[in-house]
Structure formats: structure tokens, C-alpha cells
Design a protein around this ligand. Structure first.
Ligand code: PDD
Length: 286
């Protein structure tokens, strides 16, 4: 049984509880982060803690924990749950004032709720899915307009994942005004020759922590990076495509809406970036 962290305390997962009035439960009024663990160490903890702070700020939510304490909780959960490869899920909600109301409760009297738990994923880095590549479908992006805030409103991305599964695929890329925004739980890229193209940052997509690192490594490896939007048709005609996320690192995409990319196998740029990302991030892990 896992040990989890709830509001300042470590406890067995079956003893952890949150109020039925918690605004995370009633209104999806909460934000989250997912940080990966490799060799028992945290990948890009700094990036995730900075984004958490930003998400909370954008929603006028108080941060219940200092960065130092948050790092300590992550490390302690990795230690007690003996995680070598896996994920740490962190969620902060606006808490509960013991009732339901659209107006935010007074932050002076209502404490945010903070929950962390681990997910053990042996073989996360050496994933068979990355060797096979993923097949995606495109779906309309009907999410709200502040996708740069990492909120727990994940119903539509979950539905997108189910639509993909139903179509015999692995994931969905979302499209708004004819342009790809991002994957259900990752950022989307195409490759043409030595050029990597990925949507520019804005409120339409999540500012991926993996994205920032991968673009840095790509530039260091003398690849060209173009941050602009692209269509599904342009992606289908590209040499390669891939996605990035903290849970799947760099994942090659081999098919979009039934059209195979190149040879229909993971591309060499995606595989090289995956290797560089894993090597460099393992070295920098804390
Ligand atoms: N998802 N875009 C969306 C919509 C996401 O949900 C995620 C991450 C990303 C990639 O961000 P990062 O590189 O910081 O993980 C982009 C996480 C992994 C999840 O929901 O499990």
C-alpha cells in the first residue's frame, strides 16, 4: 500500500480523505503537476514548482507550501514508496469552507487542500510505446480558454483519449480554428528536415516543462526551432512528428488520422531528442 501526503501528513492511501465540500471535487477548482522520477530522483522539479506557483497565482489561490518543503515531500514519498521509475502527482485545490458557493471562500479562513501521491512505473524510460510510436486522431479542441493554467478540469482530454482508443489509436491531437493546439496530455511537434515546428506559447496550450527542455536541447544540437501553429494536413505531410510530456518524455508519433508519417516508424529526430532528453535530465535530476 502506498504512503500518500495530505495537508501536512503522511498516511496510508486508504486512510487519506478530503471533504465532500472541497472545491476541487465540486468545481474542479484546483491545479496539479506531474513530475517524473528516474533512478529514484526527480526530473525538473524546479520547472514544475515554478509552473505550480504560476498556476496558483493566475487563480488567486494561496500556495500552501514552500518550495523547499515541497521538494522534501516529493523526496520523502519517493523514499518511503521505493520509487525507482515513476511519477509524483501533486494537486492543490482551493479547499473547503463546508458548503457550496460560486464565490471563492475567504482565503484567510479557508486553507487550500494539498495532496501528493506516487505512481510506480518500472520501465517508464525504456517504454515499448516509444519504440513503436503512437497513432493519433484529430479532434476539435472545445476546452476552456486558459489552457496555460494546469487545472484539474480534464474531462474533455479524458474523452479525447477514449475517442482515440475507440478508433484503435493511442491519443488525440486537438484542433482549434484549423490549427493543432496540443495533445490530450502532451505538447505536439512536427519535423521537416532539420526543423522542429511546435505551437507558440499562449493561453491556448499548456507551457510544457518537457517542451522547454526539449527545445533547449534541440537548439543546442543545432536543430532549427520554429514556434508557430500548424494544420493536421501539414503534419501528415511532415517527415516526423512527436509529443512531449513529463510522463512520456519524447514520444514519436507515426500516424495521424490514418495517414502514416514517412515510413510509419519512429523518426530519427524524435528518437535522438528522446535520448538526449533522458541523458541530460538524468544528470540534472535531484
Ligand atoms: N500532462 N499539454 C497538456 C494538455 C498536458 O496535460 C501536459 C502534461 C502537457 C505537457 O506538459 P509537461 O511537459 O509539463 O508534462 C501539455 C501531464 C503529464 C498529465 O496530465 O498527466
Amino acid at each position: 500500500m502506498r504512503t500518500v501526503y495530505v495537508n501536512g501528513q503522511y498516511m496510508p492511501e486508504n486512510e487519506a480523505t478530503v471533504s465532500i465540500f472541497d472545491r476541487g471535487f465540486l468545481m474542479a477548482d484546483g491545479v496539479y503537476e506531474v513530475t517524473s522520477v528516474l533512478d529514484g530522483k526527480l526530473i525538473d522539479f524546479e520547472g514544475h514548482s515554478v509552473r505550480l506557483e504560476r498556476s496558483l497565482g493566475e487563480l488567486d489561490m494561496r500556495n500552501p507550501i514552500s518550495k523547499e518543503d515541497l521538494l522534501e515531500v516529493h523526496r520523502e514519498l519517493v523514499r518511503v514508496n521505493e520509487i525507482d521509475e515513476g511519477l509524483i502527482y501533486l494537486q492543490v485545490t482551493r479547499g473547503s469552507d463546508g458548503d457550496r458557493d460560486f464565490a471563492f471562500p475567504d482565503p484567510e479562513t479557508t486553507e487550500p487542500t494539498i495532496v501528493l501521491f506516487t505512481q510506480n512505473k518500472p520501465g517508464l524510460a525504456d517504454s515499448p510505446a516509444a519504440k513503436r510510436g503512437s497513432k493519433v486522431i484529430s479532434i476539435e479542441d472545445i476546452r476552456w480558454g486558459r489552457r496555460d493554467i494546469k487545472t484539474v478540469q480534464l474531462l474533455y482530454p479524458s474523452m479525447g483519449k477514449m475517442m482515440a482508443k475507440k478508433a484503435g489509436c493511442d491519443d488525440a491531437w486537438m484542433v482549434e480554428d484549423g490549427m493543432v493546439t496540443e495533445g490530450t496530455s502532451n505538447n505536439a511537434y512536427i519535423v521537416k528536415g532539420n526543423r522542429i515546428i511546435t505551437r507558440h506559447l499562449g493561453t491556448e496550450i499548456l507551457h510544457g516543462i518537457t517542451r522547454a527542455a526539449v527545445l533547449r536541447f534541440a537548439r543546442e544540437a543545432q536543430m532549427e526551432v520554429e514556434e508557430r501553429s500548424f494544420t493536421i494536413e501539414e503534419a501528415q505531410a511532415a517527415d516526423e512528428a512527436f509529443t512531449t510530456s513529463a510522463s512520456a518524455f519524447v514520444m514519436p508519433v507515426v500516424e495521424i488520422d490514418g495517414v502514416a508519417l514517412g515510413e510509419g516508424v519512429p523518426g530519427k529526430v524524435a528518437l535522438r531528442l528522446r535520448e538526449i532528453y533522458l541523458d541530460e535530465m538524468r544528470k540534472a535530476a535531484v
